[in-house]
Ligand binder design. Sequence first.
Ligand SMILES: NC(=O)N[C@H](N)C(=O)O
Ligand SMILES: [Mn+2]
Ligand SMILES: [Mn+2]
Length: 483
Amino acid sequence: MNSMAFSLPKISPFSPIFRLKTLIIVSIISCALVFVSGTDRGSVGNGGDELYREILRDETVERIKELGKISDADGFLERTFLSPASIRAIELIQSWMMDAGLKTWVDQMGNVHGRFEAANSTAETLLIGSHLDTVIDAGMYDGSMGVVCAISALKVFKLNGMLGELQRPVEVIAFSDEEGVRFQTTFLGSAAVAGILSGSALQISDKSGFKMQEVLRENSLDATEESLLQVKYEPKSVWGYVEVHIEQGPVLESIGCPLGIVQGIAGQTRLKVTVKGSQGHAGTVPMFMRQDPMVASAELIVLLESLCKHPESFLAYDDQCGGFTRESLAGLVCTVGEISCWPSASNVNFTVDIRAMDDTVREAIIFEFSKRLDKICDNRMVNCSTENKHTAKAANCDSELSLQLKHAAHSALKKMMVDLQGDVPLLMSGAGHDAIAMSHLTKVGMIFVRCRGGVSHSPEEYVLDDDIWATGLALLQFLETST
Ligand SMILES: NC(=O)N[C@H](N)C(=O)O
Ligand SMILES: [Mn+2]
Ligand SMILES: [Mn+2]
């Protein structure tokens, strides 16, 4: 048995680590943790430790792996909104929910629900969820882990005969779309449950030209504005929303702590930029007569990088007098993720993703980008347009709910380890989560789980089996003490 103390390094707001996807905030002191192997751990409720390990670790890990094999692609993981693989995943998740003693159904947006109706069925419901879709060439933990861990925690309650002790209904939801791969707009499932998905979304087309409405109807889902309204939950029927997710950043690993509590989630905007020039012969059109959208796009992409790398050079920046401050620029990141040109090089499209903890900073960057885009495109004699594909404002997690999750995580970590000193870390999320959409419906709280190297959206994504166990114990503890 080892004993080690971990302390948080000082991070300047402009240091590289501060720009990483997930950022650590202020007052984390230290987290001195040592793993204890074997089964000699404290117990939760009345169950035996072996039961918890079997369900919360071994079975949960097996299920995450099984879900990770359900893919639309050969050789890599890809599961997008209502794709054939998603339908198979829905069926599998439903079977696990039933196994945990939950009543299940699939709603009109393809979200899978598993509900335990407490004796006090009129009490507000605790929702616990994450998403079942993935990016292309994904890892198997992003989204799936949150869903499977929640089902496992309730399964332990069932096996312990403790489901009946829950003071309020508890519902696990596996949301149909968070990544936004298919329709380029994210949170389709959770936005519908939160009642913020506009009916016009049904008319959005995927890359193959299929409208969302057609895709839903193909799967026997009504896909009307009325059916969307049926998916929406009444705020007064809901107590809160909790989500467990991999951190997707390196902070927890760097301080050696398996779990952290999320304080807030960055806002994000996705744009599609179209640059139209004209075709010509590479050997005959003189340089001064060219209307080359490729070079214009390159200039725009570099501009975007400069805007987010050195925002102080572009925005009114004033630490003293109310302009943007170092703090407000925290978490500002811009990415061009996809670029295509057709035919040959006369039209170029590229995607832009802009995120910041402060919504006014994100808006100011978009404003600057649009202004400078017009100038660059005029100079280069090309036509440019931008289309807003998605906007989500930053969300704060509820402080009281976060405190409850923190206590639950602390208790789980103590059961898993010895020598826990200091607090469970508090983090900010640069990545988007269903919790953003759900914050429009109810108070939200999130637990982050460390992942190897902070890597996500890659087959290299990996979470230690014992960290999955710790997550399950934290959820169990939370359910026991807060519902
Ligand atoms: N957690 C995530 O990976 N979420 C999003 N799809 C995102 O941040 O883009
Ligand atoms: Mn993701
Ligand atoms: Mn995710």
